[in-house]
Ligand binder design. Structure first.
Ligand SMILES: [Fe+2]
Ligand SMILES: [Fe+2]
Length: 288
């Protein structure tokens, strides 16, 4: 990270999003992506636009924010843009709020319309576009679902993660059903691609942490549950295969992507239900 960026980030965090110097008077966010290759967090300060016109000062509102991958008109996309294509789950800080979002680059006419609107508010972006043959991307930051906390402890954590996965998968199902299928579609819309990847990465992470952490820990205390852990471990592997097929189909979808998503949903729902039925009582007893 450049020392300039580091200074801006520190100032941003220390002053609830207010930054002086060249950014005096302009509103910024901090966007944290995960390195496509390094897997390390990468934070950048960025200007942004809101849906419904810039400069409305309407608070955080919960609507989408848009950022522009201008790189000051350079011929290469900024690193954070490559990162969010590989790992769509990002962290957004507004100075008064911090949340997780799925980053979705706008496409076609939608991108052009957003970019034109942003240029009307901030003409500098038009100058950046004039410097490069690259089409400068406009990226929507779509806040992910917040799952209401139902209880504390590890049981509550498990329910939170499962709740998030269920909600994200429901969104992916909806997007997959709307997607135009068939011969014309060389690749899926970025909206579906990004949300599907975000879901898959979170699911992978959750299962890995169960396999390596929670399950061995519980099995030590409850050796009689060994059969159960073997079964759910096998379910993880079966779901991982479906997930691999799903990710493989993202760039060459053809017909049947939606069916793949439906199949994944059925398997995963059954898995999550089974886990909750067996594990919640055990986890609650641990903390009682
Ligand atoms: Fe699991
Ligand atoms: Fe789980």
């Amino acid at each position: 990270m450049s020392s300039f960026n580091r200074t801006v980030i520190e100032e941003f965090r220390a002053n609830a999003g207010q930054v002086g110097g060249p950014f005096e008077g302009s509103e910024l966010i901090l966007l944290t992506t995960t390195g496509a290759r390094s897997a390390k967090p990468h934070t950048v300060p960025l200007g942004f636009a809101r849906e419904g016109g810039g400069g409305d000062g309407g608070g955080d509102g919960g609507g989408e924010l848009f950022v522009v991958a201008s790189a000051a008109g350079a011929d290469r996309h900024p690193a954070w843009y490559h990162n969010l294509l590989a790992r769509p789950l990002v962290e957004v800080e507004t100075g008064t709020d911090a949340y997780e979002a799925v980053a979705v680059p706008a496409q076609g006419a939608r991108r052009d319309e957003l970019f034109a609107r942003i240029v009307r508010a901030e003409p500098g972006y038009g100058e950046y576009q004039a410097r490069t043959r690259r089409v400068i991307p406009v990226v929507a930051l779509q806040r992910t679902h917040e799952v209401p906390v139902r209880e504390g402890g590890i049981a509550g954590k498990l329910l939170d993660v499962h709740g998030w996965l269920r909600a994200q998968l429901a969104l992916v199902r909806e997007l997959a059903r709307e997607e135009p299928q068939g011969a014309g579609a060389a690749s899926l819309g970025l909206q579906l691609r990004q949300h599907c990847l975000a879901f898959c990465h979170s699911l992978e992470f959750h299962h890995r942490s169960e396999d390596a952490g929670l399950f061995p820990y519980l099995e030590q205390r409850h050796p009689h549950m060994r059969e159960f852990f073997l079964r759910v471990g096998a379910e993880h592997r079966a779901i991982a295969r479906l997930q691999e097929e799903l990710v493989g189909a993202l760039d060459a979808p053809g017909v049947g992507f939606s069916e793949r998503v439906e199949r994944m949903s059925r398997e995963l729902e059954a898995h999550l239900d089974g886990e909750e039925a067996q594990l919640l009582p055990v986890l609650r007893a641990l903390e009682a």
